[in-house]
Ligand binder design. Sequence first.
Ligand code: HEC
Length: 368
Amino acid sequence: MIVIKRKSIFFQVALVWCAGLSPVLTQETGEELYHTACAACHGGDGSGNSVSQLGFLDLVVPDFTDCDFAAREPDPDWYAVIHAGGPVRGFDQMMPSFGDALEPDQIQAILDHVRTQCTDDRWPRGEFNLPRALFTEKAYPEDEVVLTTWLDGGEQNTFIHEFLWEYRFGAQNQIEIAMPFQVTDFGGEQGRQGGTGDLEIGLKRNLSYNMDTGNIYSVGAELIVPSGDDALGFGGGTYKFEPYFAYGKLLPADSFFQMQALLEFPSESEFEDEAQLRALLGRTWTTGGPFGRAWTPMFEVIASRDLGGGGDIAWDLVPQFQVTLNTRQHVMANFGLRIPTEDEPGRETQFVFYLLWDWFDGGVLEGW
Ligand code: HEC
């Protein structure tokens, strides 16, 4: 078997071949451009030529006909890779840059053609995978691991660390499991103590999305299990069932709106049913050029109300800032404050921070 060294012979051939792309400029449709510029590696139908055909040693050419992969990649990310080459998103340089050979509208026309290669439109598009807020659940079903820390500024100096795992299955569904671990400083002899909080198990299903209007709608439910360390008073002490509705809206200029309406039904009668509305506005900016690091300030508001006694609505304001940490942009952090508008015992300002890894897009150490 002849093994061609990647980045050497083949790469030089590819460079020479790309440099000869000028005739492309006279072609018109995205499909024609695709066949001239991309099909040699990505295959005529987009499924990707095999490693042996191409002579790459350890690279898999992505399969654009696989909706599970293709639908979740938003146009701006693919545009960046086509324009500036694989390394702009932490991919291999075997994926050449076409920014010099093709005009922006030609790249867009090719991209529109590539989009026809996944033929099952039940898979919501990655454009709807909006930046994750600290409290509002996204409408988009996703594959993520999120480590969140809450720090209560109150007298007891409480930390809660939560491990959340989200797994997408089928075109529209997602399950999630969250396990918190709490550390509280009780002072005196008891001192600092740690223990588990309440386990959460959730299910989400996308109902519909529309790329033209920029709307996505989903429903879901969570079951909260009172697994918290009783002796330390951690956790809510009751099972809770939380059905919800989630909505996302793409707005002009890289801004967006997200909303989640949820009800909370505790199994024990001494706890009240509650309704909560969570909503936020955000906008993404990039630094280091148009394809650089993404910064997303968001302003989130939470309104909660007990359903039993008809009490007042409690408001929390949650200013926050998400930033992508690596080149692939699948590892992110978010910092924020949850600020109650009224001072009440047990409702102190919290500092909230998460680290998020979108694990479908690659290992946590890939693409830096
Ligand atoms: C010389 C071979 C080659 C050519 C020509 C080529 N690609 Fe690629 N492309 C690759 C390889 C290899 C990868 C995967 C890189 C990796 O996984 O590190 C890739 C990755 C991509 C990705 C990123 C997919 C993801 O994982 O998010 C997109 C989008 C893409 N190519 C589009 C195109 C388009 C459109 C064209 C034509 C304008 C094109 N490519 C031409 C080899 C090529």
